[in-house]
Design a protein around this ligand. Structure first.
Ligand code: GLU
Length: 318
């Protein structure tokens, strides 16, 4: 076992492992999401752990009808079996509402009436865009929030405590949310719950012990740990995988017209994902079958081989 893994396994203080794959159904699975699915699956199975699937259909305008179903069909074709029922964020709004109510009771959130334009005009820029200047927080503190009849977003009151993270692949990271991010939204003006809130509520509610996902979410993790602290939830162990990019170095996504994972020739795409993750599959695996592939991959999964940096998909799939 990788030394950092050994340390973290002691930290997590339990032999229970429950991981998850949490795709947003905004389009078909592409090589980048395949890498995340494979990485999270292998890490769970090699720990004799559970692997859950959660469909993150939080933002209806961004969703593609049928995408969630197609993803599940594809996972089955890839031979990836999940544990328990698939959960859908669209059916879990009560949980998110309850978490907001808990934070509200402790006056840790406040309504925000600022327009997007007003926020964008902030003079301060943080890790993830403009830092909210705190207009509505000051108004609340001065008892001046008299716009209750208007629809509002909800923001969390951040502070400058240091949030530390030891990621199993990316290493040490620390942020002070107040100065690096600012008060961020937990619910948008249109009523849509923010990813940061939903993911934290779901990971806790589903007792997820290990989160394995793409490194585009590394910068979001301190925000999630901050919320876990406010909500008194346990903090899972995190591992952020390198991102697959196109030739221009852009992350594969619907916006960059990433090619969908094909239903045919699934084995060679799985082998490519394994190689992308730094594993060293023997040539014979190309000509084997799914069962042999997964057996080999689980047995030989080595997190110390996972590269830190992103790489173009064209190195792995011709
Ligand atoms: N739904 C997110 C995505 O597809 C992943 C969220 C997560 O793994 O925390 O990018």
């Amino acid at each position: 076992m990788h030394t950092m893994d050994a340390v973290l396994d002691t930290f997590s203080n339990s032999s229970v492992y429950r991981g998850r794959f949490a795709p947003s159904p905004t389009g078909p699975l592409h090589f980048g999401s395949l890498v995340t699915a494979v990485g999270s699956y292998l890490d769970a199975r090699s720990h004799n752990g559970e692997w859950r699937v959660r469909i993150e259909d939080l933002d209806p305008p961004r969703e593609v009808p049928g995408a969630a179903r197609d993803m599940l069909v594809l996972l089955e074709k890839l031979g990836m079996e999940w544990d328990g029922e698939v959960v859908y964020q669209s059916q879990r709004h009560d949980l998110y509402r309850a978490a907001l109510a808990q934070l509200k009771k402790e006056t840790l959130i406040y309504p925000c009436f600022c327009s997007r334009k007003e926020v964008a005009a902030s003079k301060l820029t943080g890790i993830d865009g403009p830092i909210y200047p705190g207009t509505c927080r000051k108004a609340r503190d001065n008892g001046q929030n008299n716009q209750q009849q208007k629809r509002s977003a909800m923001r969390v009151t951040t502070d400058n405590r240091r949030i530390k993270l030891v990621d199993r692949v990316q290493g040490f990271l620390s942020q002070r949310i107040g100065q690096d991010i600012g008060d961020f939204t937990l619910r948008r003006t249109d009523g849509v719950f923010a990813y940061q809130l939903a993911v934290v509520v779901d990971d806790a509610d589903q007792h997820i012990t290990h989160v394995v996902r793409g490194s585009d979410l590394l910068d979001s993790t301190p925000r999630q740990i901050f919320l876990q602290q406010l909500l008194k939830y346990p903090v899972p162990v995190y591992m952020h995988l390198p991102l697959a990019t196109n030739r221009r170095g852009e992350k594969l996504s619907k916006q960059t017209f990433a090619a969908p994972v094909s239903q045919f020739d699934v084995l060679s795409q799985l082998v490519a994902a394994l190689r992308f993750l730094g594993q060293n599959p023997p040539q014979a695996l190309h000509d084997s079958n799914l069962e042999t592939f997964w057996q080999w991959a689980v047995q030989h999964w080595r997190t110390d081989r996972i590269p830190i940096s992103s790489a173009p998909v064209s190195f792995f799939i011709k």
